[in-house]
Design a binder for this molecule. Structure first.
Ligand code: FE
Length: 334
């Protein structure tokens, strides 16, 4: 009798302790923006659930998740770029998410058909121009980047960067292998400079007239215009014109639940908040990305807010990633 009493006394305690410890969500984020913390704080204020943020580059986060395996403390994973997200999903690092809220707030093209990840913010791969070298009217589409009139004037970021891989994957989904092969031949033959390591360096080079045309994510230019990197970059950014190709290649940052999360309920709750109109606008506003719906209203986004996304879905982008890298390599994209 005494033994039974003892057990009934212990059981509620055993349930009570893990419930207390669960009021925290650990986020591994490849979004390198300090301003994200504001929106995590908002979630904590509303729900009482603490958010612990661990930031690192996308590649090292994925490596870390792989090596931690079932011992990982990660609940939510946030990554940028379609290919990176889907590669992590295909490596079995995410668990499936059942959430009507997420299905409602994230348009189908910005989420995984298998419910392993959901988009949070959007970015456009845009064309930037130095108008004293090239007329913006000459580069209104990605296909015009291959035009012989740009010989020696085009600057590009290195092949290993996922942003351009996804742009090429996008073109593959739209136009097929043989058209993309000849497009890439034209594009790479217009490049006479060494390939760049980052979008910001590329914007500076276009502003300074080292290049006439470049391809960058739109928010880098907006951030430079906003003075995020200082006065000098602000002045350079104002010398550059931006073209939002019509239709435009749109990429995302996205969130997933770690396969080994011990805290899946709160993990989903956080992702639901981040993908909600408030959460998405809260993440996208300070970084000059676009929320999932609409474009936000910053003046630094002048000339960037009118664009039509092409019909390629984010999961298609990752499907063509391997072929994209292969064709870029063959075309001499360094
Ligand atoms: Fe970026």
């Amino acid at each position: 009798m005494q033994r039974v009493l003892f057990l009934t006394y212990l059981l509620p305690l055993a349930f009570f302790t893990p419930a207390l410890a669960a009021e925290e969500v650990r986020v591994y984020s490849g979004r390198h923006y300090n301003t994200d913390r504001q929106i995590y704080k908002k979630f904590s204020d509303q729900t009482g659930i603490k958010v612990r943020l661990i930031e690192a580059s996308g590649i090292s986060l994925v490596q870390r998740l792989k090596s931690e395996g079932a011992n990982t403390k990660a609940d939510v994973i946030v990554l940028v770029d379609a290919a990176r997200i889907n590669n992590a999903a295909n490596a079995g690092l995410f668990g499936p998410i059942q959430s009507d809220k997420l299905v409602n707030s994230v348009p189908s093209r910005y989420r995984d058909p298998n419910q392993r990840w959901f988009g949070l913010t959007r970015r456009v791969r845009a064309i930037i121009v130095n108008p004293s070298i090239v007329s913006p009217s000459a580069v209104q589409s990605y296909s015009q980047l291959a035009s012989p009139s740009l010989k020696g004037k085009l600057c590009l970021r290195k092949r290993k960067n996922v942003y351009n891989q996804s742009l090429v994957a996008d073109q593959l989904a739209l136009n097929g292998t043989s058209k993309v092969k000849s497009w890439l031949k034209g594009v790479t033959s217009n490049v006479s400079q060494p390939y760049f390591s980052g979008d910001i360096a590329l914007i500076r080079a276009v502003a300074q007239g080292q290049c006439g045309v470049g391809v960058v994510n739109h928010y880098y230019l907006a951030r430079m215009r906003a003075g995020v990197n200082g006065k000098k970059d602000e002045q350079l950014a104002n010398k550059v014109k931006i073209v939002m190709p019509n239709p435009a290649h749109v990429n995302i940052s996205a969130a997933a639940v770690s396969r080994y999360s011990k805290n899946k309920k709160n993990a989903v709750k956080l992702i639901e908040f981040l993908a909600s109109p408030t959460g998405s606008a809260g993440l996208a506003g300070p970084t000059y990305e676009f929320p999932l719906q609409g474009v936000g209203g910053s003046t630094y986004l002048k000339g960037m807010t009118k664009f039509t996304p092409d019909p390629v879905t984010v999961s298609e982008l990752s499907r063509y990633n391997k072929e994209a890298i292969q064709l870029m390599t063959e075309a001499g994209w360094k």
